[in-house]
Design a protein around this ligand. Structure first.
Ligand SMILES: *Cc1c(COP(=O)(O)O)cnc(C)c1O
Length: 379
């Protein structure tokens, strides 16, 4: 079976892990953690960063840091991984679900603006969602599949309403928006995941980056049990969300290869796009003019009416790991009652997506095999 996405661990991962073991530094106080935080912040174009145990825990800490709490609403695109919504729920808040654009599959800035104007009023410093009586506490754009969300209009809208922006950039390290890296787009905090299936992995892990040093320090404080000084004093209910030195060691070795990993991923996506150029029913993932995706997963989207499930099954029979992609949040049981806007684009795309093998180490022959199998299946 040609796998969907497996990590590439051919750099200095083993050397750095040996260093952890031989020095005895395996916990979160080890030196690779600070080195990893610096490297992630630099790669993202942000002033500072905090490594976390996962992307989801990083999101939870980031949302908490910007003040999201019990009974709040957080604006979230429905087309995302459930971890984004769960981080909101872990704060005691609820996602207010919005649609995505057809050109990027990311949060629709105009729809957000219209929904805020139609459904919300300001009460003092708070933005209140009139139909539920809840406070809107933040906006969480998602860089879907590593493709940056359209951040300039989103940030402008957030500033007009005085709302903080926490970005779920889980798989987008290495992406570019209008010439800028994704940690430099004006959000309060941006969160990455280094889970095993992401382009850059620590096995598991995450990071929260930002330019506001007070906010980044608050995330650090919250993720380390909110401990004050060396005695056992803790000033708020914090989390144990730190990354270990072992994870960071792998992450440091991975980040040394970031540029080549991203280039490989982009080349794979481009090759699939070119290969089906002449087949109208098999379309590439969107590539918005404003930026460059990190191309976490590659794949295709089928024309309405074609059976993506059948195509995936036929590819799997030929030894090709082809899979569906995220089922939108509003169709998930825990979020059946979450408030929402019209979600027609997400409804239309999710069933038609087929993700295809796209490991950094995918060979040309393997990719040609995938292409040939799809051409045969849709002929
Ligand atoms: C991978 C991913 C996450 C979850 O990250 P974990 O490290 O697995 O917790 C969250 N959101 C998005 C958009 C992702 O792609």
């Amino acid at each position: 079976m040609i796998p969907l996405a497996v990590p590439s661990l051919n750099g200095r991962e083993l050397d750095y892990l040996e260093e952890c073991i031989s020095t005895g530094y395996v916990s979160s106080v080890g030196p690779f953690v600070a080195r990893f935080e610096r490297a992630v912040a630099d790669a993202a174009g942000a002033r500072g960063g905090v490594a976390t145990s996962a992307g989801t825990t990083g999101l939870h800490a980031a949302l908490t840091a910007v003040g999201v709490g019990r009974d709040d609403l957080v604006i979230l695109p429905t087309f995302t991984f459930i971890g984004s919504a769960n981080a909101i729920s872990h704060c005691g808040a609820t996602p207010w679900l919005m649609d995505v654009t057809t050109c990027s599959w990311t949060l629709h800035p105009e729809q957000v603006q219209v929904a805020l104007e139609r459904d919300c009023v300001r009460r003092g410093n708070a933005v209140v969602h009139v139909p539920t009586g809840r406070r809107v506490a933040a906006i969480m754009p998602v860089h879907v599949l590593g493709c940056p969300a359209d951040m300039d209009p989103m940030i402008a809208c957030a500033r007009r309403w005085g709302l903080p922006v926490v970005v779920d950039g889980a798989a987008a390290l290495g992406a570019v928006y209008k010439g800028r890296p994704v940690g430099a787009l004006g959000a309060d905090l941006t969160v990455f995941s280094f889970n095993g299936n992401k382009t850059v992995t620590c096995g598991g892990g995450g990071a929260v980056v930002g330019d506001n040093e007070r906010l980044v320090a608050l995330v650090r404080h919250l993720t380390t049990t909110a401990r004050c000084g060396v005695d056992y004093d803790h000033d708020v209910v914090g989390f144990n969300y730190r990354m270990t030195n072992l994870q960071a060691a792998v992450g440091c070795a991975q980040l040394e290869q970031l540029a080549s990993f991203i280039a490989a991923k982009q080349a794979i996506q481009q090759h699939y796009a070119d290969a089906f150029n002449d087949i109208a029913a098999v379309m590439p993932f969107p590539t918005p003019a404003y930026g460059r995706s990190a191309c976490w997963f590659a794949g295709v989207i089928l024309r309405e009416g074609l059976d993506a499930q059948a195509l995936r099954a036929s590819l799997r029979e030929r030894g090709i790991d082809a899979r569906p992609f995220w089922k939108p949040i509003h169709l998930q049981k825990p979020y059946a009652a979450a408030p929402r806007a019209d979600l027609v684009v997400a409804e239309s795309i999710w069933r038609r997506i087929v993700t295809l093998p796209c490991s950094v180490g995918l060979t040309r022959e393997e990719q040609e095999h995938v292409v040939a199998a799809i051409r045969q299946a849709v002929a």
